[in-house]
Design a protein around this ligand. Structure first.
Ligand code: HEC
Length: 123
């Protein structure tokens, strides 16, 4: 067999293997990734809105916690017992982390801001 054919076959096999491995199992009904805590999240987080609000988001644990607090303050989301909240946050932080967690660079840290003087530019 010629070498380039072998390489092409190998490449295809690798491609198939890698896509198969990267595909997590998701719940057909909600689209949520099936992992530890999934049932709790499905029960508590899809009562008012589609799970797409979750599956389209990515946040750190702190970010998810803030989201939950915001809903509790302003959207009538109920309070969770601490263990339930931990299960939910563990699940979200692991499965819906910010996009850069899968290999992209971390966000830039801006340590110097300047004041934009809008009035000056209007003259
Ligand atoms: C009591 C109702 C209710 C429940 C239960 C609820 N939410 Fe929400 N959530 C809302 C409302 C209302 C909005 C605003 C929707 C809009 O702007 O269209 C919202 C918005 C969101 C958003 C988008 C806003 C943002 O912060 O970026 C996310 C993400 C979210 N919810 C995640 C969750 C998660 C995770 C849970 C489970 C812990 C949950 N929600 C449970 C009412 C609820």
């Amino acid at each position: 067999m010629n070498d380039s054919k072998n390489l092409a076959v190998l490449f295809l096999l690798l491609l198939v293997a890698s896509t198969a491995m990267s595909r997590e199992k998701t719940d057909a009904q909600t689209g949520l990734i099936i992992d530890q805590g999934f049932e709790t999240v499905k029960q508590n987080c899809t009562a008012c809105h589609s799970a797409r609000l979750i599956t389209q988001s990515g946040a750190t644990r702190t970010g998810w916690k803030e989201s939950i607090r915001w809903m509790q303050k302003t959207q009538n989301l109920w309070q969770f017992p601490p263990e339930t909240e931990k299960t939910i946050l563990d699940y979200l932080a692991k499965n819906y982390a910010p996009p850069h967690a899968d290999g992209r660079r971390a966000p830039l840290v801006v340590d110097k801001w300047y004041r934009l003087d809008v009035r000056a530019s209007k003259q």
